[in-house]
Design a protein around this ligand. Structure first.
Ligand code: NA7
Length: 549
């Protein structure tokens, strides 16, 4: 068991609320329900410690792409003042230390059941209660069920023929062994060049004998320019946190920078290049914010694309490798844009090779390595699957949730997730989802949308309790209208143009293709949620139920 873990077996039986997941969402939700509303609440967590996605994502180079001074809770001035990040982007270990610090400070661990896998969640119509069953057969019962399972927590391991015949070791980046992997003297194959793969390549290249990267879709990347934080910057953050938070709460993506209010065509070609150079030097996700129309106007996006392709060709010395890396088939940032530390530079090393598996797909994994359709064989000792997640819905559907009249969530979402505000699903009374599909979630800096959701849910439960309301659930009409609004918001951007993006579920064979996150902007979404609550929870059915004895 993890050294930071604590197993709590005392939280069983009847509760007011069950929270699933002990990441950023679950921890804050427990604090709000238990310490602000005085409810009896408990968390169920499959990991051996707090951290959620960061508990599992310990692959080489695992680091957050949000800057540390925007990647933390903002609800407590005391926590902001007491905690000190060390680097511009927090690494996975530091994030876990931070979440442990918060959990200890708020005394949360005594109400978390670690190492506990949920096997089913059933709504009991007659009793108006949720029953949550765990792997060891324990049954918890509560009026409210809050899923805080994260958007990127169910690993997608492609079912490539022969996978289990591989004589070496293989790992998925999202299920990385806690003791680490020793790459010394090994021939490593890495499948996947998303945000994770792009972080892992330079680190694995430096640690292994040889690294072969199997690339299906080439990807843009901007240097992260990670560095230790200076004492001056740390002080600046502490002194100006209210202002930083105000920025995070009023921008579409919840980051601590603003999208510049200018079109790519408000400036001439030379000025545009200078601006791109400036943002390239600055590094990080802010590159996307250099002009306001990059996500909406293909021609504007093309200017960023050309700049970024130019950087790949300039960096990568072998022209053939550079062309494979620059052969990008989607507009910039229509898939989640990675940021990196020496990714393209890694291809200049003698021990790194790039294989294009779009033109010559992987046909099978053999005992000794990977074979392509052309018959080419790559001998390997270790395979790293940087192949992403069954994003946004995978972890929710994995909970085996059944709602009113035994309706499985899998059935309700057969054609794709259908929620109201990403918060609730019709037919699943008193079940709330933190950063669910249909909310801004992955299009926003996660702690910002998590805090907004948790606070909204807390205020809602407070409203229900104070008004003796037994049940809340969205009306089917409100769900239909929201789903259609989510689609319209996506269609107003260029994002649906990346046909193989996980935003659309396209990375998992057989998954319905629906644009899942809400692309209308976190600031717009926040206002809508507030307005709906202020109007007596418009679009929700609030019921006083006669509960059978
Ligand atoms: P992503 O972004 O889903 O990337 C997964 C990568 O793996 C991507 O390059 C995929 O290619 C590739 N992939 C997936 N399955 C296969 C198969 N079967 N064969 C070859 N290549 C494959 O996941 P990440 O973990 O990098 O990032 C997820 C999020 O975490 C990220 O966006 C941040 O928000 C944090 P494809 O593009 O599908 O052709």
């Amino acid at each position: 068991m993890d050294d930071m873990a604590a197993t709590n077996t005392g939280n069983s039986g009847e509760l007011d609320a069950i929270i699933i997941g002990a990441g950023f969402s679950g921890l804050y939700q427990l604090h709000c329900l238990r310490d602000r509303l005085g409810l009896k609440a408990a968390v169920v967590e499959r990991g051996g410690g707090v951290g959620g996605t960061w508990y599992w994502n310990r692959y080489p180079g695992a680091r957050c792409d949000s800057e540390s001074h925007s990647y933390w809770y903002s609800f407590s001035e005391e926590i902001v003042q007491e905690w000190e990040w060390t680097e511009r982007y927090p690494g996975h270990a530091e994030i876990c230390r931070y979440l442990n610090f918060v959990a200890d400070k708020l005394d949360l661990k005594r109400d978390i059941n670690f190492n506990t896998n949920v096997t089913s969640c059933e709504y009991d119509d007659a009793a108006n209660r949720w029953h949550v069953t765990t792997q060891d057969g324990t049954r918890l019962t509560a009026k409210y069920l809050i899923t805080a399972v994260g958007c990127l927590s169910t690993a997608n391991v492609p079912n490539i023929p022969g996978r289990d015949s591989f004589a070496g070791d293989w790992y998925h980046t999202g299920q990385w062994p806690h003791e680490g992997v020793d790459f010394t003297g090994k021939r490593v194959g890495q499948i996947g060049t998303g945000s994770t793969g792009i972080q892992a390549v330079p680190v694995i290249a430096a640690e292994s004998d040889h690294l072969t990267v199997f690339q299906r879709t080439a990807n843009y990347s901007v240097p992260a320019r990670n560095a230790p934080l200076t004492p001056e910057f740390k002080q600046y953050v502490k002194d100006n946190f209210a202002e930083i938070r105000e920025c995070m709460h009023s921008t579409p993506n919840g980051h601590s920078f603003r999208i510049r209010d200018r079109s790519a065509f408000d400036v001439n070609e030379a000025e545009r290049q200078d601006i791109y150079e400036e943002f390239w030097d600055r590094g990080g996700l802010e590159f996307r914010a250099s002009f306001q129309d990059l996500m909406f106007d293909k021609k504007a996006n093309d200017t960023a694309r050309e700049f970024l392709l130019g950087k790949i060709r300039e960096t990568v010395k072998d022209p053939e490798t550079a062309e494979k890396l620059a052969n990008i088939d989607h507009p910039y940032a229509t898939k989640r844009p990675p940021i990196d530390s020496q990714y393209f530079e890694a291809y200049n090393r003698d021990n790194v090779a790039l294989v294009d598996v779009r033109s010559d797909p992987i046909s099978e994994i053999t005992p000794t390595g990977i074979r392509l359709e052309s018959g080419a064989e790559h001998e390997l000792d270790i395979i790293v699957f940087a192949t992403g997640f069954d994003a946004m819905t995978g972890s929710l559907l994995g909970l085996n949730i059944t709602g009113r009249d035994g309706l499985p969530l899998k059935q309700a979402w057969e054609a794709g997730p259908r929620t109201y505000l990403g918060l609730q699903t019709a037919g699943f009374p008193n079940m709330f989802t933190v950063t669910g599909p249909g909310s801004p979630s992955v299009l926003c800096n996660m702690p910002v949308c998590i805090e907004q959701h948790v606070e909204w849910i807390t205020n809602c439960i407070d409203h229900l309790t104070s008004n003796n309301i037994d049940q809340i659930e969205p009306t089917p009409g409100a769900v239909d209208a929201w789903v259609s609004h989510v689609n319209d918001a996506a269609d107003a951007t260029l994002m649906p143009q990346a046909g193989h993006s996980w935003y659309l579920g396209a990375n998992v064979p057989g998954k319905p293709r629906v644009f899942m996150p809400y692309a209308g902007g976190m600031h717009v979404y926040r206002d809508k949620c507030n307005e709906i609550a202020a109007n007596g929870y418009q679009g929700f059915d609030l019921k006083q139920q006669t509960v059978e004895a």
